[in-house]
Write a protein that binds this ligand. Structure first.
Ligand SMILES: *Cc1c(COP(=O)(O)O)cnc(C)c1O
Length: 465
């Protein structure tokens, strides 16, 4: 049966929503009603599929767990007043914590002045952020294009590389197996996961994938492409693969890729959407080995967990293809004043509080702890690994990983693991997490492992994992 559109009903919906937004707290009855309503609307109007995947529903108790507010830099409350320690960091967006006061204040001040730009007058914050990024990023990176997400920052990088290389007769892109670069058709062509790609094939032509971390495979691919006339326009890599399960390349790999790119006249694009902004213990992960890309993609934590913003930063040599016609690639909201205010404040906080170095220290503490647990529970945990606060715990199988993540959720610690891929659980807390909170995470992890059903004896799990 067709529903008639009803402005009266929609008005009732918006009035109800505005009322909820304005509320500082909820009574028990209001909480129950809201949680029921949220689950029902996810079922009816968002996507029922999510309800099966979210631990907040499957392990969220009688009413499910519905998000309500940030309670401190590193914690958040649900509508029932339960407080969670955030070790998932919105998949890496909360590097400076939730509602960091410096970021919130900058955004509030800008909101009072002018939230979005006229598109005709010159917007000052775009200018200041572009200059800041030129100063902050390594090497000759100098010009920035702003967008609203990681995917868009990758999309812009692909288009920039194409515009630069097509007059040179180079059209091929090399990315890595296990890579994640986003899900728009262009970015998805670089992303390597079959599940995400298959329904949308054919994707952009000219994309090849090589095993990550294997320099011989990269060299061979560059050679083969030259032989067939499919010369390589650009190599796109995450310096450390994030969604792929926190995969660190062997030492020397990234500098060797840089050398190969120079040899073949290919551009090097680093997607630091997840590894950037201090996450791995340096402001940018490529700084660990002093490798400088021609194009750098940023997003996620750049907006300080307050505003969405993406940036594609490139050298003058490459970016100058957009000088003649700056309208070649544009987006209405990209680089808007609120987003730029958030990014400027975020960078300020990262630098002033030396958060990248803090990530290094606290990350070491967590990785050491997870490695100790791996030795203690070899039938469940394969290893703990990571750099800075981009950390993974690898389990023997999906089931073990999923019950670990669920146990952590019951102890009110959020970690990243889904029903789909729970063999590797990611731990990506705000860089502001305290050492005491790190200890708490480790003790919860121990409890989770101790509480999990013991595996059947005398099977050698090391062998079958
Ligand atoms: C998350 C991510 C993206 C996509 O960013 P969105 O903001 O979700 O579009 C791209 N690349 C990497 C490395 C990411 O981790």
């Amino acid at each position: 049966m067709n529903r008639l559109p009803s402005s009266a009903s929609a008005l009732a919906c918006t009035a109800h929503a505005l009322n909820i937004i304005e509320k500082k707290s909820l009574s028990h009855e209001e909480m129950k009603a809201l949680n029921r309503e949220v689950i029902d609307s996810f079922q009816q109007h968002v996507n029922p599929g999510f309800l099966e995947y979210r631990k907040s529903v499957t392990a969220g108790g009688d009413y499910g767990a519905v998000e309500w507010q940030a309670s401190s830099l590193n914690t958040l409350f649900d509508t029932q007043g339960k407080e969670y320690l955030d070790c998932l960091g919105g998949f890496g967006i909360f590097n400076v914590g939730h509602r960091n006061p410096t970021v919130v204040s900058a955004v509030q001040h800008q909101l009072e002045k002018q939230p979005l730009h006229s598109q005709e007058l010159l917007d000052p914050l775009r200018a200041m952020l572009a200059k800041t990024l030129a100063t902050l990023t390594p090497g000759k990176l100098k010009y920035s294009f702003f967008s609203n997400s990681g995917t868009e920052s990758v999309e812009a990088a692909i288009k920039l590389a194409k515009a630069y290389q097509s007059p040179r007769g180079k059209f091929t892109f090399i990315a890595a197996s296990g890579a994640f670069h986003g899900k728009s058709l262009g970015a998805l062509s670089a992303t390597a996961k079959s599940t995400f790609r298959k329904p949308f094939m054919p994707l952009l032509p000219g994309f090849r994938h090589v095993p990550f971390g294997n320099i011989d495979a990269m060299r061979t691919m560059l050679h083969e492409c030259r032989k067939t006339g499919d010369d390589v326009a650009a190599v796109m890599l995450e310096p450390i693969q994030g969604e792929g399960g926190v995969i660190l390349p062997p030492a020397g790999y990234l500098p060797a890729v840089r050398k190969l790119c120079d040899e073949f006249g290919a551009l090097l694009i680093f997607d630091e959407v997840q590894t950037g902004m201090g996450r791995t213990g340096k402001m940018f992960a490529c700084e660990h080995e002093n490798v400088q890309p021609d194009i750098l993609c940023l997003a996620k934590a750049l907006g300080g967990g307050v505003m969405p913003i993406g940036a594609t930063v490139a050298t003058e040599e490459v970016f100058s293809v957009l000088f003649d016609n700056p309208f070649l690639h544009t987006t209405t909201f990209g680089g808007n004043p609120l987003a730029c205010a958030a990014a400027l404040a975020t960078i300020h906080v990262l630098l002033e509080q030396n958060l990248p170095a803090q990530a290094q220290q606290k990350g070491q503490m967590l990785v050491d702890g997870f490695q100790a647990l791996a030795r203690e529970f070899p039938d469940k945990v394969v290893e703990g690994r990571g750099q800075g606060l981009l950390i993974a715990i690898e389990f023997c199988d999906n089931e073990t990983g999923y019950s670990f993540a669920s146990e952590m959720f019951r102890q009110q610690v959020l970690v990243a693991g889904t029903l789909n891929n729970s063999k590797t659980i990611r731990v990506e807390p705000p860089l502001t997490i305290t050492p005491e909170q790190c200890e708490h995470v480790l003790s919860c992890a121990r409890k989770a492992l101790e509480g999990m059903r013991p595996r059947i004896a005398n099977i050698n799990y090391a062998k079958i994992c």
